[in-house]
Design a protein around this ligand. Sequence first.
Ligand code: ADP
Length: 563
Amino acid sequence: MELLRFWPSGAAEPRRKPGKSILTRRILAINAIALAILVGGVFYLDQFRQGLIDARIQNLRIEGEIIAGALSEAATSGPAARALEVERANQILARLVVPAEIRARLFAVNGNLLVDSRDLAVGNLIVTKKLPPIGTWESLWKKIANAFHSGVDSLAAKDDLPLYTESMHQQAEQYPEVMAALGGDADVRMRVTDQRATIITVAVPVQRLRRVLGGLLLSKDTADIDRMVRKERVEILKIFGISLGVTLLLSTFLASTIARPIRLLAEAADRVRPGRGRNVEIPDFTHRNDEIGELSHSLQDMTAVLFRQLDAVEAFAADVSHEIKNPLTSLRSALETFGRTKDPANQEKLMAIMESDVARLNRLITDISAASRLDAQMSRAHMEPVDLVILLKELVEVYQATAKPGTPPLTLVLPSEPRQKSMLVPGIDSTLGQVIRNLVDNAFSFSPPGQPVTITLRRRGLEAEVLVEDEGTGIPPENIAAIFDRFYSERPSSEGFGKHSGLGLAICKRIVEAHGGEIFAENRRATKRDGWAVGRNASADTDVGGSDAPGGGARFIVRLPIV
Ligand code: ADP
């Protein structure tokens, strides 16, 4: 049965597992991406280092060529010289090379080392380096930084450089670049010491009139460049550390202000299930001026509506079973008596009762199923502008075309102003038509033969008003509100029992309220047939109001908001 749709008893268990916030993880992941980009900067620094090394090679080469030029000019005995003068070469190198920065070695054509700038008389250069005290924060930090650097170095290193070795008796053959220089070509090499320092060596030929007189080898390490790059890396590491801290804090904050409330709301929504009791507290975040506040508000509303619906369904089911029980009880007792009685006249009477009970059951079940389908039908349909002028005209035409002899005449009174050719209300035309049909059918059933039933359409401010009036008995004043209750039916005994379920006006009310309108009834004033009600309590208005006094026919008023 349609009603059972309200009971999602087979609903699946909640999918979420407690303690796992996907949203928090996403927030963390997105922030981590930003951090990863920052860390990527560390590798970008390595490219920057390569650029500096290339520039250094270039400089060394130029410097080498200048020194080689000076040597070929000044350390030779003339254009025809075949060898370099060691004494002069010593002086020139001492003057041109700053020993702390560059090391210069001069090889003779036969491969022997002639001069090494390290041995020049500048004094013994002692480099002192302050080591951090052991076991302090500073040393710990150094260790972390070193581990970080060697990690990044090993990740960033593109190709492994050969190891730099130096023998006691240096010869040109030990350095391929010097051999190249002695052959007349400049050459560059990069090596790494066992201390993992990179050494750049540039060898240029010392030539006089194209004759090679020796090979000049300049070498310089990249310690300063590496220091600079490492310093930047440490800066990035620091920023990364700070950002990581801030990200974690922010993510935790976001998680507690977004993910946690959402989870609480979701858990509360899971608890809102029939059969689990109604003591479900939807967490109240409505004080928050944000989407979570809205969500909490909507959930509270939704839960309230849901429980109202459940109550309505429950009440409806109770009413239905009560209403069905009456004819069933009557049917059972008629059947029992029928079995005992032999009198044909009695049997006939009992048969008539049983027939009427069955007819009533049939009527009840038909109307109940229509009423229970109504909500689903209305929730599926879309509200569209409905022109009441057209709807009423068509409805009256159908009634007139199908009128049986003796049916009261049906008249339609439309607004007289020509500009009110149409009157649009947002709605579902089939259900609005059903409302008017129910009212007209009731009016017909209460109208004395030949007396007219009138439908009037008129505008009342921002509302359209449809009035259905008859010349019947009217409604007992004490029942004016009750007639809209479910299964309320009070009809003259002359009308066949079982023809009316008492659901007609309840359905009308449900439909009109779903359209944002209102419906009510009143008795027409016996003496003032032309006075129209202007309000629910219009009976208080002596000039234009209706009346609660029966006798002058009934008036049903439907008001719907205009588009
Ligand atoms: P039903 O028509 O099945 O009795 P309704 O819900 O349509 O149920 O009407 C409920 C009751 O309202 C009717 O039984 C009747 O007493 C009263 N009623 C409805 N329409 C009129 C009318 N036009 N004049 C007098 N009473 C009416």
